[in-house]
Design a protein around this ligand. Sequence first.
Ligand code: ZN
Length: 177
Amino acid sequence: MARQHGTANGYKRGCRCEDCRAAYREWARDYMRRYRQGQRTRVPAAEVHRHIARLREAGLTVEVIAKAAGIPPETVHNLVRRRLRTVWPKTADAILGVTLDARPRNSIIPKTAALGLLDELHRAGVRAEEVECRIGWRDHSRWSCMRQTTYRKVALLYLACARQGLVPADLLDEVAS
Ligand SMILES: [Zn+2]
């Protein structure tokens, strides 16, 4: 079978001739150079700003976010204050990897985090009594806060209903698993 030699693809397809090896070495060097350059180039922080805002809305403090991401709290503070418009790719990855699960189990969070999920459940026909029975929690509207453990129960009930197609799954993308 006719093959074009002297190409990185030739090497990747399994050819070990001198020309293909040389072409592959050059391709790999170039790839690593671009990768390292990418790591040394700061990226716009807009997505990170949005992610931190969502986490804080759901009750995570700057300290909890920093600890979960493994970065200094000052960095998160500076992002919150919009002092940083760009971040290192490593920092962006660390922060974007923080989910609502980073919240301490006994922390008190704003109830608004669960209200959207409860609304969807009610709209899908899950009765309030059933929710209360399943999660052992009664919604008193004078309360503006709830425990993280309660939120988690709401989220798991929601997830179960989403799997049955009763409610939209995308509301829960940060709670998954
Ligand atoms: Zn070859």
